[in-house]
Design a protein around this ligand. Structure first.
Ligand code: ADP
Length: 577
């Protein structure tokens, strides 16, 4: 199941909303560009006047005046373009920044279950490739299109005012151009998509072969991998050939239209002028206008192509916003810190329950160890208890309020899931900690680090809390990164922690050191420990045995051992290892 893609109607509605929201700056840009374009129209107009004046006989003074006006117009145009460009670039950046922020907001609040089901690849492609493609169109395309549309419209209007009779000849190239551009656009999108897909496949094959070089060697897959690379190259070559052919038809085709127009104006205008219908100056002006308009028309053609690509990306980006949330906030304040699961079921795939009606009560402050064979559903239960996924059936409540009714920020103040995966974000140590509590002051950060036994090394860093860490910054050891993650938990201060040790990747030495830090975090909280080593279970207040998606035994360690059930068998076999 992929993430949704917005329909064209939804994309149009979205783009329309963007334009409405930004009506004021857009109008300002349009006005500035209009003024600049009008200044740009002065040159050819003066040239026409000059031609007429010379033909009729004139004075040096008059010519000097015209030249002065022309110089003034060029100066005015330069200044206007400077401000118009500036405001359109600022506008493009601003809109793009807003889009990006909105997108990040959406992505970070996506239901985890949806992302997991769709695979992270899809989301990563949308946050990178699609955002990049859109970025180009929004930052450069939108401003350039405004300029081109304004310039083309004004130039055509000016020519028509000058002399409609001559100006009609400007349109001679239009049918040819429309035909060629339509022909091109119909074929361009699939052709360029095929090209991108071909290069993506080629990249994939080469990266895989290089990363798996040892496997390739060991299994003697060399020839087969070479064959795949060659096949991918052939496909990329074929795809490239198609787009190249498209371009070799488009460029001369459009150029032909561009040559046809001024030639037609010249011939038709020449005929009209020699018969005295129009002045030579008017013809000169319109020929120059016809030349002047080709630049912006080219630009429009170029951007129409780019906008098509960007629209596909926008549909994929807007699509992410269409994902239904998996929780709706409802009012309700937990009365206490007890957690209760009732008749809990969960299915990753519809109809395949991995938890079958679990009932569980956790009293505030108690420690529960969850044990059982791998695949029994321990991690799934842990994620339910931490409110990561809404249950398929039944409820998990904290102080009487279902976990999924709580807004995420509030939920994390009650229960948090701790895995041994951790991530250091690019930024300072303080930034990393403030992810948990944006308003924490330095004193609070220091206390949190002290609680996890990490203040010593943080204080010794070159800039202390202000040291840049994460990719490109000061390199932290995995254990230090884990301590930062634990300090975040202290700041978050949930009363219940679900500890999933399933992904324990740390070496035992680091693990022992971390145990101290961890104990600092666990003190005074309710703890559900999904245990893979039984000594954790031994220390807990109660032990729950999960098997086949059910709690089969639950009680204090000693009682379970005395009862002689599954847990007793597990415990004895572990002790004799
Ligand atoms: P445990 O933690 O006890 O090893 P899990 O809760 O990870 O067990 O898994 C319980 C069952 O759910 C297993 O059959 C597992 O294959 C399945 N399962 C776990 N995660 C997923 C997932 N993301 N998608 C589909 N099935 C899953």
């Amino acid at each position: 199941m992929k993430l949704p893609i917005a329909s064209s109607a939804q994309v149009r509605a979205y783009a329309g909303r963007l334009f409405r929201v930004h009506r004021a700056p857009l109008s300002k840009i349009a006005v500035l560009h209009t003024l600049a374009a009008i200044a740009g129209l002065t040159g050819p107009w003066l040239m026409g006047r000059l031609v007429d004046a010379v033909a009729d006989g004139t004075t040096t003074g008059y010519i000097n005046t015209l030249i002065a006006i022309g110089a003034g117009a060029v100066l005015a145009q330069t200044v206007l373009i400077r401000f118009a460009q500036r405001s359109s670039m600022v506008f493009g950046e601003k809109v793009f920044a807003e889009l990006r922020e909105e997108f990040i907001e959406t992505v970070t609040s996506l239901p985890l279950s949806t992302v997991e089901r769709a695979g992270t690849g899809d989301l990563v492609a949308r946050t990178t490739n699609d955002v990049n493609r859109l970025q180009h169109a929004v930052r450069f395309g939108v401003p350039r299109i405004i300029v081109a549309v304004v310039t083309v419209t004004l130039t055509v209007v000016a020519s028509l005012i000058m002399s409609p009779l001559v100006a009609v000849a400007m349109f001679v190239g239009v049918p040819t151009m429309l035909m060629i551009v339509r022909w091109y656009l119909r074929r361009a999108t699939p052709a360029y998509q095929r090209e991108s897909a071909a290069y993506a496949a080629l990249n994939g094959t080469i990266t895989e072969s290089v990363e798996g070089a040892r496997t390739v060697d060991a299994l003697r897959l060399g020839t087969r991998r070479m064959g795949r690379v060659n096949a991918d190259l052939r496909e990329a070559f074929e795809a490239e050939k198609v787009t190249l052919n498209l371009r070799t038809a488009l460029f001369p085709g459009v150029d032909l239209a561009f040559v046809l127009a001024p030639v037609a104006v010249l011939l038709w205008g020449g005929y009209l002028a020699s018969n005295g219908y129009v002045s030579l100056g008017a013809v000169t002006t319109i020929v120059l206008y016809t030349y002047q308009v080709t630049g912006p028309v080219w630009e429009l053609i170029f951007w129409v192509d780019e906008i098509q690509v960007a629209t596909t990306s926008l549909a994929r980006i807007v699509g992410v916003q269409l994902v239904d949330t998996d929780r709706v906030e409802r009012p309700g304040t937990p009365q206490d810190e007890d957690i209760a699961a009732r008749d809990l079921t969960y299915a990753y795939r519809e109809g395949h329950n991995v938890l079958h009606g679990i009932d569980l009560d956790l009293t505030a402050g108690e420690r529960l160890a969850v044990v059982g064979p791998s695949g029994a559903g321990k991690s799934t239960l842990g994620r339910m208890l931490a409110g990561i996924h809404p249950p398929t059936g039944g409820t998990v409540r904290v102080g009487g309020v279902p976990l999924i009714d709580l807004p995420l920020e509030k939920l994390r103040g009650h229960v948090a899931l701790v895995t041994q995966e951790h991530h250091v974000f690019v930024g300072t140590v303080a930034d990393n900690l403030r992810l948990a509590d944006a308003n924490a002051d330095e004193e609070a950060l220091r206390r949190a680090l002290e609680a996890v036994d990490a203040w010593g090394w943080v204080a010794a860093l070159p800039d202390g809390l202000g040291t840049e860490v994460g990719s490109g910054g000061f390199a932290l050891t995995p254990a230090q990164a884990q301590q930062i993650a634990l300090a975040r938990l202290v700041l978050l201060d949930p009363h219940t922690l679900v500890l999933d040790e399933a992904t324990s990747l740390l070496d035992p030495r680091a693990a022992r050191h971390l145990e101290r830090s961890l104990n600092g975090v666990l003190a005074g909280r309710t703890v559900v420990a999904i245990a893979h080593r039984l000594h954790t279970a031994h220390d807990a207040d109660r032990v729950a045995v999960v098997d086949g998606g059910r709690i089969t035994e639950i009680g204090p360690h000693d009682e379970l051992v005395a009862a002689g059930g599954d847990y007793a068998a597990l415990w004895h076999s572990w002790q004799h290892e």
